[in-house]
Design a protein around this ligand. Structure first.
Ligand code: GLA
Length: 359
């Protein structure tokens, strides 16, 4: 592994980092102006950076062992990892910016629904903010990261991941109202451990189903004549159920999931961990049956985790169709217990699950 000095012949001027996230609850609600409750994970992306006098950007990925080059101000998509960096500099205008050298090192696993892309965008933005002296608060920084992904990379994501990476903090969940962008850190009670287990099934929400679900939500919004699905409550259930399938199920998921997030915040505050677990389980069922973003082996992993001793509840986390699950459980012996879940999962599915949290 080469150091910054070995790569670029001088020491970096700044270094910055940003974490990946697991979403505790509030899935597929953020692009409908709803509520989400992510937690940061220990895995993070680190960027070391040094300004250049010209407009050349030279960017090294430690994991890929590659150095790539492009001109700041002439970004053009290549459909690979560099697009997240190019997207960030393309969105930075009119802020002061020139070329730079950057070394990127990350242990956030890509393709697991843990926001490796947001961790890259946010760490890069933090490094650029410091190196070029931008005045940019953490919410605006998150919005810039989201724009890079939506407008440059072309993945129509919501704002949760960038907000979580930019504003999250260890030992607290970050409640986000994705409409007003109001946030609140909700402490994780001492009796609660959080595990994240990758299913061994890779996902790709830039394509296909994610886009389809977004479209269905927009159609349901129009059909119901509301400003956003966020405004729906239980009172609207008869109207929701009168929508043409599958819009009825999609809108019902968003409505019930938003209610579950608010309840989960209360449960965390009250230390009502059994209640929290039940909400996670209900969220998974809703994602499986109403939103239809799960796959059978992911359901299997959630079921195996839910049966493990000390577990309050489990659900898929992130966009779905693979990736990781999040588990709320007693903290004692959590890693070993999740390793046993991974063994049973392998025996039943022949897939390799990886316990990513706790480390
Ligand atoms: C991806 C997106 C987020 C959010 C989740 C689903 O992680 O990046 O904006 O929509 O899927 O909750």
């Amino acid at each position: 592994m080469s150091s910054f000095r070995e790569l670029f012949g001088a020491d970096p001027e700044v270094s910055a980092e940003a974490p990946g996230r697991a979403n505790l609850i509030g899935e597929h609600t953020d692009y409908s102006g709803g509520f989400v409750l992510p937690v940061t994970i220990p895995q993070r992306t680190r960027v070391e950076l040094r300004r250049r006098r010209d407009d050349t950007a030279r960017v090294h990925s430690v994991q890929l062992r590659r150095t790539e080059e492009y001109r700041v101000g002439s970004e053009s998509a290549r459909h690979d990892w560099l697009d997240y960096v190019q997207g960030v500099t393309a969105m930075a205008r009119p802020r002061p910016l020139r070329g730079f050298e950057a070394r990127i090192d990350s242990d956030v696993p890509p393709g697991s629904g843990l926001s490796s892309s947001a961790a890259l965008e946010i760490s890069m933005l933090r490094a650029l903010r410091e190196a070029f002296g931008w005045t940019l608060d953490d919410v605006r920084l998150a919005l810039l990261g989201q724009r890079a992904e939506v407008e440059f990379v072309g993945a129509p994501v919501g704002v949760m991941d960038q907000m979580a990476s930019s504003l999250g903090s260890p030992r607290a969940a970050l409640f986000i109202d994705t409409q007003s962008l109001r946030t609140e850190l909700v402490p994780i009670p001492a009796g609660l451990g959080i595990a994240v287990v990758h299913s061994g099934i890779s996902h790709d929400h830039a394509s296909g189903e994610y886009r389809v679900r977004r479209g269905e939500c927009e159609e349901a919004t129009r059909a119901l004549g509301v400003a956003s699905l966020r405004t729906l409550t239980v009172e609207d259930l008869p109207r929701i159920e009168a929508l043409r399938p599958p819009l009825d199920r999609r809108a019902r998921h968003v409505m019930t999931e938003n209610a579950r997030v608010l309840e989960a915040v209360e449960a965390l505050r009250a230390g009502a961990l059994e209640r929290l677990g039940a909400l996670l389980a209900a969220s998974h069922r809703s994602l499986r049956d109403d939103y239809q973003v799960s796959v059978p082996d992911l359901d299997r992993l959630v079921a195996l985790a839910a049966e493990a001793p000390g577990v309050f509840g489990a659900r898929l986390t992130g966009g779905g169709f693979g990736g990781a699950i999040v588990v709320a459980a007693r903290p004692e012996g959590l890693r070993a217990s999740m390793e046993r879940v991974a063994e049973r999962y392998r025996a039943q599915t022949r897939r390799t699950a990886t316990v990513l949290v706790p480390r």
